[in-house]
Design a protein. Structure first.
Length: 624
């Protein structure tokens, strides 16, 4: 496959799907529980993790559903290492698990060949199995699909109990073979299962192609990994979506049984219980909907930065050259200020002895005026930063939690003062040189912030060890506080500034979580519905809106409908957002794009009997 077929730009986002065959068995009474760690070599030669697959129990031939996304850069030699482990415990690290083998290969080779199979290397063993990596370019996709399936009268594969069925969804690779894109959990001891709803991107499901053939297989789960096929069927998203208004069902066919028995009909039915096609709002749509992005800057003034009077200090003020902090402020700030309408940045410092009392503070305004911590634009930030340096003494330790709590409190106050407005999103830009001293408190503060419209960008200044920052940037899982509270979402993105010294300004904001960055197309982290934990309860569709009277007559407490149907004379084919409350925990949203009718929906929210918290969450989803 030529590079041109992956697109004309010098950079493409690629999804890597992984399967293994004939792995080493490290378990005595069962088979290995493999997981694959994927690492990319940095320009300095170190290996950095870019993703992990899920762990699959009791198998030497795993087909992983968790794909790895990576930026393929045509002009660079990108070395990737695939390391396979047998998971033996519940820890997040793999260092204490059994190593099963690894292979190094260039991303260019994988992309050019589209699919490669390599032998795994395990010490001197020549037979550690193979790993197969399949590359697909990831097209632009802002659509998720929510499915729920059930089974009826499935074949029984167990002797002393009933089957333990689960589903696998596979898509056609284009060459007649299929690749697994999703696997449901199994349900114990039933022939009539109803699996929980799950969400998958349209890109991952079918490459955004409604005509791409899909294969759905139903298996009976066995603890030893020898899962039995109950049956399978083929379909497409076109068939699924066009038949969603009625309850679609497919015969589950077992090919071996069908070949043996002429009287064979099926091995049960698979029924589509739920389908939602959810269009995620882009950052641009969020801005056009009236959202104000609020950037706050936090700067590390701890002693580890070095004496500001010495040229080796990261805070050294050189009349002829910017220091590292100034360069980072300019590089990131000039892009950020374009999305902040008033360009007034609250600027805070931490870890220094400040006037007038000479006490250490971990949350002080650079202006030394708590009632007015704002700086106008990047120029104002630089001026406040330089003036601040002349009046403080660098100290420590590097406590980050107070400044995270500051932005959280500020956000909460805005929400409480504007309960029916979702016009604010908060981004904390934190510049620091090294190791965090209050890690437990910082994790707890970040977990709390994850339930609010907040993102945290940490820029590492200098050449210190930033391994702790990568822990906070928890791309492969969710942070959990020492008390067990789990983050709602990943709100942290860390980047060493040294990696961005030669980057264009338009690339700087790629450090925003889940963003596809350029100045006019920035993906908000994450989509609005997902941001507030409502992804499973939001139905997104577009309707033609007709007149204001019909709006006022709609009750948010309707319980027996799946969407609001409006009839009447079309007025300018306006597509408008609307909502209603359905059952106790379900919110259904009908969403389009317009600001003209914002006041209508706000009025319904004000007059409805919905709790304030739910009203606020709905208004967020509607960009009100």
């Amino acid at each position: 496959m030529s590079y041109q077929s992956f697109g004309q730009s010098l950079s493409s986002k690629v999804s890597l799907s992984i399967t293994c065959n004939g792995l080493l068995n490290k378990d005595i009474t069962s088979k290995s529980d493999p997981i694959v760690q994927v690492l990319m070599q940095t320009p300095l030669g170190a290996w950095k993790e870019i993703g992990k697959t899920e762990c699959i129990k009791n198998t030497l031939n795993p087909e992983f559903t968790q794909s790895i996304e990576v930026d393929y850069k045509f002009e660079e030699v990108q070395k990737i290492k695939f390391a396979v482990y047998d998971v033996d415990n519940s820890t997040d690290t793999l260092y204490d698990d059994d190593f099963l083998g690894q292979v190094e290969v260039t991303l260019g080779k994988i992309v050019s060949m589209k699919c490669v199979t390599e032998k795994l290397v395990y010490n001197s063993s020549s037979n550690a199995g193979t790993i197969k990596i399949t590359a697909e370019e990831i097209g632009e996709s802002n659509t998720d699909v929510v499915f729920q399936f059930s089974g009826q009268k499935l074949d029984n594969k167990d002797f002393l109990s009933k089957s333990d069925p689960y589903l696998e969804l596979l898509k056609d690779k284009g060459d007649g073979t299929f690749i697994v894109v999703h696997r449901t959990p199994h349900i114990d001891n039933t022939l009539n299962p109803k699996w929980k709803p799950f969400t998958i991107s349209l890109q991952k499901l079918c490459n955004n192609n409604y005509d791409l053939q899909l294969k759905i297989c139903c298996y009976d789960y066995d603890d030893d990994g020898s899962h039995d096929l109950i049956g399978e069927f083929y379909t497409t998203m076109k068939e699924i979506s066009t038949g969603a208004q009625r309850q679609l069902q497919w015969e589950c066919i077992n090919p071996k049984k069908k070949a043996k028995k002429k009287s064979y009909k099926n091995s049960g039915l698979i029924i589509l219980e739920l389908l939602k096609v959810v269009k995620k709002a882009s950052f641009l749509e969020f801005i056009m909907g009236g959202c104000q992005i609020n950037f706050t800057v936090g700067i590390d003034f701890t002693a580890s930065n070095g004496d500001p009077l010495h040229p080796s200090s990261l805070h050294y003020i050189n009349p002829s050259q910017r220091n590292e902090y100034e360069k980072a402020l300019i590089a990131v700030g000039e892009v950020c200020q374009e999305y902040d309408s008033d360009k007034m940045f609250p600027a805070l410092g931490f870890g220094a002895v400040i006037p007038p009392n000479g006490q250490v503070s971990f949350e002080f305004p650079l202006t030394f005026n708590p009632s007015n911590p704002y700086c106008f634009g990047v120029a104002g930030l630089l001026t406040a930063y330089q003036n601040c340096l002349r009046n403080i003494k660098l100290y420590g330790p590097t406590n980050i939690a107070p400044i995270v709590k500051h932005i959280t409190t500020f956000c909460q106050n805005i929400i409480q003062s504007q309960p029916l407005s979702a016009s604010n999103y908060f981004v904390l830009l934190l510049l620091t040189d090294g190791v965090i001293s209050d890690m437990d408190a910082t994790v707890a503060a970040i977990v709390d912030a994850s339930y609010l419209p907040i993102s945290l960008i940490i820029v590492g200044v200098g050449n210190a060890d930033f391994s702790q920052m990568n822990f906070l940037d928890c791309d492969q899982g969710k942070l959990r506080s020492s008390r067990g509270k789990e983050a709602l979402r990943d709100i942290v993105q860390f980047v060493p500034f040294r990696d961005f010294r030669q980057k264009k300004q338009s690339e700087i904001l790629s450090i925003l979580p889940n963003s596809s960055v350029c100045k006019d197309n920035l993906g908000l982290p994450p989509a609005l519905s997902k941001l507030y934990g409502l992804s499973e309860s939001i139905v997104l569709s577009v309707v033609n809106f007709y007149n204001e009277d019909e709006v006022s007559q709609i009750s948010p407490n309707q319980k027996d409908v799946t969407q609001i149907q409006l009839s009447g004379r079309k007025a300018n084919s306006i597509q408008i957002c609307h909502l209603y409350y359905m059952l106790k925990k379900s919110i259904r949203v009908i969403q389009g794009k317009t600001s003209t009718h914002k006041n209508w929906t706000q009025q319904i929210l004000r007059t409805s009997s919905m709790p304030c918290e739910i009203s606020y969450k709905i208004s967020v989803c509607l960009c009100l």
